[in-house]
Structures are given as C-alpha cells and as structure tokens.
Write a protein that binds this ligand. Structure first.
Ligand SMILES: Nc1ncnc2c1ncn2[C@@H]1O[C@H](COP(=O)(O)OP(=O)(O)OP(=O)(O)O)[C@@H](O)[C@H]1O
Length: 228
C-alpha cells in the first residue's frame, strides 16, 4: 500500500534532513503505528504521501500511485484515495455534523443521491446516530473526532492517515476513537496512526514504525511502544 525507497526530505534552509534515507513498506490492510519524539518526521512523512511536499530524493508509492512522478492533474485522485484525521479535528464550525461529512463528498462532485445515503450510514458507523443536526460546538471532543473520522472515510479511501487523533482526548475517549479506527481497518482500509499514546500501541499490538531524527529506528510487526 505504501512503499518508500531511500526517501530523504531536506527542507530548504534547514541544516539536517527531516527524513533521512527511509525505506520501508506498509502492506494493504495493515494497521500501523508511527511513533517517535516531536520533530522526528512523522508529519513530514504524511505530507510526502499526500504530495503536499516533494522529497529531495527517493521514491514513494501509495497504492497504485507513483507519487514522485505523478502529474499535477492526477494529484486530486491520489488525495481522494487518502482520508486524513488530525489532533485538532478541523471541522467546519458553521456546518452541522451531517453537512461536515457531506461536504467531503460535495467537493469531489458526488451526486446528491449518493450523499443522502452515505452520510447517515457513515455517521451510524462511527457511533454518531442521532447527532446529525448538532453543530460542532455542541459536541464533546470524542464526538468531534468521530465526525472527523466519518468525513475522512465517507468516500471509502484505501488509506487513512491519523496524525495524533487522540492527542486532545482523555484515555477513555481515546479508546473509543481507536475502536472506530480499528473497525475501519477491519473493513479493509489501511490505517497509519501517529501517536504518543503508549497504552494504545501496547493494547493493539500492530506494526510499530519508530522514527528518531528522521530515521526509521524500529519496524516491529506486532510491536509495543517501548522496546518489547
Ligand atoms: N516547513 C518546514 N520547513 C523547515 N523545516 C521543517 C518544516 N516542517 C518540519 N520541519 C522540520 O522537520 C523535522 C520533522 O518535523 P515533523 O513535523 O515532520 O515532525 P513530527 O515527528 O511530526 O513532530 P510532532 O510529533 O511534533 O508532530 C523537524 O526538525 C522540523 O523542525
């Protein structure tokens, strides 16, 4: 699903690369955790997958897309195949829950009939039945993140990137969010989650990729947060 070959990313004006000669693969259908201290390169990795930045050298493959050589007009197709969830939810504050999710389909030109069907189905899937009319400010943090997940998956992406999705949530709420991500993964979506939450990583025992200073220092198939 994801294949990096000797990927180096040096931002202009920075003295050391944010990612340094990275090579690894994440298979289709996997749930992988990305761990490592702040500044170790996790967000940079996500940006490269989305072609929001270009690596200085190396090759990146995401699904059927050769990201490096992808033409500009093909970039929207790549991005449509990747759902994204962030620590700060990034909901549209003026739209209600259903409209936040519907918007993701509207901008890619899906017909109204598809949207009418997919939105309630997805809200139920993430545990938000009965909340469709609520505004974001009327939701708890956990509910806001469920909306963000619904928005990210409503188009059934092959890959879901979650950048510290539980970073603003208490442990119990975080567990619920990870359960939703696990369900999405079991339905066939590859999930990559950057996290600092050792409990979640230890309870899931999935692939653990550890970054340090832009290098991959650990790649365990059924890993734990600390060295297991
Ligand atoms: N736009 C940029 N320009 C220059 N340097 C950058 C830029 N974005 C990130 N960096 C640098 O690249 C390195 C990796 O940063 P990145 O944001 O990928 O780390 P991270 O592991 O996601 O950190 P966090 O856990 O805090 O989100 C850091 O040294 C950072 O300062």
């Amino acid at each position: 699903m994801i294949k990096l070959s000797n990927v180096t990313m040096q931002y202009p004006k920075s003295t050391r690369p944010a990612l340094s000669d990275l090579s690894f693969e994440i298979d289709k259908g996997e749930f992988a955790f990305l761990i490592g201290p702040s500044g170790s390169g996790k967000s940079t990795f996500f940006r490269l997958l989305l072609k929001e930045d270009k690596p200085t050298s190396g090759d990146i493959q995401v699904g059927d897309f050769q990201v490096n050589t992808l033409r500009n007009r093909e970039v929207p197709k790549l991005r449509q195949s990747i759902g994204c969830v962030f620590q700060d939810f990034r909901l549209l504050q003026q739209k209600n829950v259903a409209d936040n999710v519907a918007f993701a389909l509207e901008v890619i030109g899906k017909p109204a009939s598809t949207i009418r069907e997919a939105v309630p189905e997805t809200l139920e899937y993430v545990g938000l039945e009965g909340k469709a009319e609520r505004m974001p400010h009327e939701l708890s943090g956990g509910e806001m993140q469920r909306v963000a997940i619904a928005r990210a998956i409503v188009n059934r992406p092959a890959l879901l990137l979650a950048d510290e999705p539980t970073g603003n949530l208490d442990p119990e709420t975080s567990e619920g969010i990870v359960e939703v991500l696990d369900r999405v993964n079991r339905r066939g979506t590859t999930v990559v989650m950057a996290t600092h939450d050792s409990h979640i990583v230890d309870s899931m025992r999935r692939r653990v990729l550890e970054f340090s200073g832009g290098k991959l220092v650990r790649n365990d198939e059924r890993g734990v947060y600390g060295i297991g």
